[in-house]
Design a protein around this ligand. Structure first.
Ligand SMILES: [Zn+2]
Length: 436
């Protein structure tokens, strides 16, 4: 699940941190997988884009008939346990893609890695003290710059706040409110300050903008909780460094697409990247593990499988996919996002398909599902397909307080939930592929 426009605190804030620290995580567990029903990820497989005309005829060998929750859990263990954090654009994500490709090939699919790039926004802004540092967020429009100086408290940053004190060569600290951020920054620079820190006037982090105002000094915002520390340092006459470092970077990711024959009339989907905070077991190794098993037992001509990259940074993989492929005539996408911990099982997405799927589940006596809706700030990959005119829904086991948290590990996924969601997915595929 991706979080889009929630106020900058916790979850969303992490989306702006460039996940450099996660780069090495993937290798830590390499080679220490125990004996499993599902093999450990194979060594890197060189992938090339295959023109659609080269797809072999559909594999018509009869697939195994029964979906096995143990296999789902074994995939989950490789993805969220052995590989771990799978941030888009990092080696963890790439290793997960390779594991998915290997697994789909073993199930009889023709697999293509489809690369794309996405715009990774990062913010490594900080305030550094002699004895540590604290996280700051650059005000939008601030130059990437660093400055050292003694902090001076300067009220709200109005012109009269500066007329009372000499801030030349100093770091101005002002409170949020009354004056626009751009004006605070222009006033501070005009008075000779080397940097601006704006302290929030409510709890949490915030990202202000300088608007049309251009300044050459770094300008950042910090949480209200840090105010006392800045006041103390101002009184003591100590120094600090303000570093504004925010921007965006074109970053490579990939979708993994499994086809059985040349044509895709319908899709199973799930995203395989995680947030930087942790291994994303429920969000969304669970969904990937599930579609791998559903793909194995539901290999049918025309039913294709997509593992989406870079979902957490804003549905980049599914957006790339619907741009790269003709979507006219595609019958449906069944997407799976957070299916490992039932708190409120639901089908989210396009109303007609939602109703059809719920009808199929009800017919089979599965009444524990409802038509759901994500909160306005959250979404998943079905949304990209719906925007492209394809009926699409996401299977979702409900809110999870450990979403985007380091504790979303394999222990956060419950076998009973996997069993229920797997059976539901199976029923929906069968019903939809049979009904024409
Ligand atoms: Zn998520």
């Amino acid at each position: 699940m991706t979080m889009r426009s929630r106020p900058v605190r916790g979850v969303v804030m992490s989306r702006y941190l460039f996940p450099a620290t996660t780069l090495m995580v993937a290798f830590l567990f390499a080679g220490c997988s125990e004996q499993e029903a599902v093999p450990q990820a194979a060594a890197a497989v060189a992938e090339t884009t295959v023109a659609s005309s080269t797809f072999p005829a559909p594999n018509t060998a009869v697939p195994p008939s029964k979906a096995d929750p143990d296999r789902v859990l074994a995939h989950l263990k490789v993805l969220a346990g052995d590989i771990g954090t799978r941030v888009a654009g990092t080696d963890g994500e790439r290793r997960a893609a390779e594991y998915i490709a290997t697994t789909l090939r073993a199930a009889g699919y023709t697999v293509v890695m489809e690369p794309f790039t996405f715009d990774l926004r990062y913010d490594l802004s900080a305030i550094r003290f002699t004895d540590g540092s604290l996280k700051a967020l650059a005000l939008t429009g601030s130059p990437e710059a660093e400055a050292r100086g003694t902090p001076v408290m300067a009220g709200m940053g109005r012109p009269e706040d500066f007329s009372l004190r000499d801030v030349r060569g100093k770091v101005v600290v002002v409170d949020r409110g009354v004056v626009p951020f751009g004006q605070k920054a222009a006033n501070a620079q005009g008075a000779g300050a080397v940097a601006l820190i704006v302290v929030n006037n409510e709890d949490g982090a915030f990202r202000g903008t300088l608007g049309d105002v251009k300044v050459s000094i770094p300008a950042v915002g910090v949480e209200r909780a840090e105010r006392a520390r800045l006041v103390d340092l101002a009184q003591a006459g100590g120094t600090l460094i303000v570093a504004a470092a925010a921007g965006s970077k074109q970053t490579p990711s990939q979708n993994v697409v499994g086809r059985n024959g040349e044509k895709c009339e319908a899709y199973l989907g799930a995203h395989f990247d995680s947030v930087p905070e942790g291994p994303g077991a429920n969000d969304n190794a669970s969904g990937i593990a599930m579609i791998l098993e559903l793909a194995r037992t539901n290999r049918r001509p025309g039913l294709c499988v997509i593992a989406f990259g870079a979902e957490e940074y804003g549905l980049w993989g599914s957006q790339a996919f619907v741009k790269q492929h003709p979507m006219a005539g595609v019958r449906f996408l069944l997407n799976f996002d957070m299916v490992g911990k039932i708190t409120d099982a639901q089908i989210v997405g396009e109303p007609a398909l939602q109703e059809k799927v719920l009808g199929l589940l009800k017919q089979a006596g599965k009444t524990g599902f409802r038509a759901g809706q994500f909160p306005p700030f959250a979404s998943s990959d079905h949304a990209s397909f719906v925007s492209a005119g394809v009926p699409a829904v996401t299977f979702h086991s409900g809110d999870d307080p450990l979403i985007h948290d380091p504790r979303d590990s394999t222990a956060n996924v419950e076998r009973a939930s996997i069993e229920t969601m797997l059976a539901a997915g199976d029923l929906a595929i069968d019903g939809l592929m049979t009904a024409r």
